[in-house]
Design a protein around this ligand. Sequence first.
Ligand SMILES: Cc1cc2nc3c(=O)[nH]c(=O)nc-3n(C[C@H](O)[C@H](O)[C@H](O)COP(=O)(O)OP(=O)(O)OC[C@H]3O[C@@H](n4cnc5c(N)ncnc54)[C@H](O)[C@@H]3O)c2cc1C
Length: 467
Amino acid sequence: MTKYNPLTAELVKELESIVGAKNITVDPEKMETYSHDEETDPRYQHMPEAVVFPETAQQIADIMKLANRVLVPVVARGGGTGLAAAAVPLFGGIVVSTERMNQVLEINEDAMYMVVQPGVRTDDVQKAAKEKGLFYAGDPCSGDSCVIGGNVATNAGGNRAIKYGTTRHQVYAIEVVTPLGKIVKLGGRLEKSTTGYSLDHLVMGSEGTLGIITEITLKLKPLPNKVIDLLAIFPTIDQAIGIVTKVIKAGITPTCVEFMDNGTVKSVEHFLKTKQPHSDVGNYIIIQVEGQSDEDLEDKSVLLDELCMQNGALEVLVADPAKIWHARKSFLEAAREESLIQSKEDMVVPVNQIANLMHQAAEISTRYGLAARIASHAGDGNVHFHVLKGDLSDEKWDETLKLFQKEVYTLVYKLGGKLSGEHGIGYKRRQLMEEYTNPDELEMMRAIKKALDPNLILNPGKIFTVE
Ligand SMILES: Cc1cc2nc3c(=O)[nH]c(=O)nc-3n(C[C@H](O)[C@H](O)[C@H](O)COP(=O)(O)OP(=O)(O)OC[C@H]3O[C@@H](n4cnc5c(N)ncnc54)[C@H](O)[C@@H]3O)c2cc1C
């Protein structure tokens, strides 16, 4: 493992001369926030030695050059909403927060694109587009607190991926500071390109290990004309999940197909203190569709209602969008109220295997006596299976979780799936990543990391180990 040097008072002075005295802190109290993301297990936390708040790409490039010269690790940080301990400075060193690079630089209404700095909140990206009568399609459930640079770095998914794809599908181009401190522009405002390697796509989703993203050109779309949200409630998980492929095969192209199991419905009801329909037995499927006109929307709703009822739905309701999405987006906080520590599995399988996975994973967790809350971006095969620690001792929790994960990930890979659909590997899933990834594939990833970051300065210890 690389031996990193401590950040001396002299180096702090040097950093100060790069970013300015107002843009750096070494105060432990202020730095505490930057020692963790939204993964709540304290074992994944680590304090930085300094947090800097650069205002330009050039400042970040100078920080990277300094860090390479003196062998001090650097970790980029957006909103800190990650769930994989990816933004945690495992070896101390410098956290580069993008919170002061938070400007929308340009919106071009005719060419339908938007240029933003990495620290713009995702909700604000959506709002800025909407004010111009346009639509930014990325929509992670954390949109009120994550930022666009973090979304690009993790290739965030979210609710609309079934129709619009994940964050990488919303991006034309990025500006990146490389681990060695060069500023490069990757990608282009093009609908297609076969011009060498897609380095933009390599950086996107690399969880801040291959470069710090300093500017993003986003694709915008026309605002959808008409939108409706339906809530279909089913007595069993199998019936609820069974509807997913039927909806897709019906040719409707929904914008969202989200799932909440009955345990989650009850948990959210308790957390929000608001009665949820059929919460005694119901498993929820939320379907959002867009239409060209009221008639178009009506036709789609009728068809969806028929499909759901044929699949055994107790009821199909036209949902109040604010209420139903508030309920869906409260999943994590509600489960956290039940158990602060939980293992937030983020598995992804082919869509036609999701019922199979959900069924068997629930059976495995029950067999190990582990309570779980399940929500899912069901339309794209991504299952958030949150296993609750509850009052288990640390030893019992570690031991049981390991056994559960072994069975469940063996199953996931057998079904053609992978460890993480959208939250990433970070530090938290690193061991599982090394266990379940084909060694040749892992070797290619290590070779890329070593080629771009020979001193292992940028976000070391994440995704996989090197050396
Ligand atoms: C309530 C809740 C709901 C969530 N829902 C979703 C969801 O629906 N879909 C989803 O995909 N995720 C979801 N997440 C997880 C998280 O919000 C996403 O992973 C998000 O994209 C992280 O963005 P962030 O700005 O908070 O990044 P951070 O947590 O700050 O960082 C995440 C990673 O990105 C790197 N990074 C950050 N900024 C940059 C940059 N400018 N350049 C290079 N690397 C950078 C960091 O080093 C780190 O590796 C949810 C989290 C919570 C707490």
